[in-house]
Design a protein around this ligand. Sequence first.
Ligand code: SAM
Length: 239
Amino acid sequence: AEEVGGGDKEVVREYFNNSGFQRWKKIYGETDEVNRVQRDIRLGHSKTVENVMKMLTEEGSLNGVTVCDAGCGTGCLAIPLAKEGAVVSASDISAAMVAEAEKQAKEQLQVDNDSSSAAIVMPKFEVSDLESLNGKYDTVVCLDVLIHYPQSKADGMIAHLASLADKRLILSFAPKTFYYDLLKRIGELFPGPSKATRAYLHAEADVERALQKVGWRIRKRGLTTTQFYFARLVEAVPV
Ligand code: SAM
């Protein structure tokens, strides 16, 4: 398959509104209707979310901190962020994902009147591709979205996200290593009929260069690996 212009994005949108939505809603959910590979990816992804929460909270309380969650999926990160008091703007290219995230947030963040939950602000959800986002946030987070961007597009995407962030940008991506490259080629990551999107791997050096070009440096790094899930996590700050 060719990497063609904006075509990629339309394919991704269509996928995450349909079969991809069904597949990833299951993986990111809690029910038993997942196979072994999906269960492993669920575990890996939840570790990434945990690592992000750790990175963010070790710098201080999130109370009142504005966070843009770009490509929010079903809200796996937006919801725990809101629980910590962050003021979250969550968006995704897929309307189905946004609707699901909003539904889950309503279920999980019921604001009752006792004082312990007084700080919770319901995230603001929006259907938007991340190139169209604007505004300024203390923190911008974009988890497991770069996999849908070829490196030629990734630089612009990273530059745009950095332009929205005042203090820090957290990105996760599938690292381009020999083993992972091989796995991807074997096709284990996107098995079965829902293998409708391409997966792009990124060399950490390329991501770092894209950040440096716009005046940002990597301050913290993390790595999550399970059998079928690999994610490099970086936190960048302005130089
Ligand atoms: N960040 C979420 C998480 O970690 O739970 C979801 C990750 S999921 C693998 C990738 C998400 O990125 C999908 O929900 C998809 O719709 C979204 N996405 C892909 N390309 C996008 C784009 N250009 N702009 C915004 N969202 C995008």
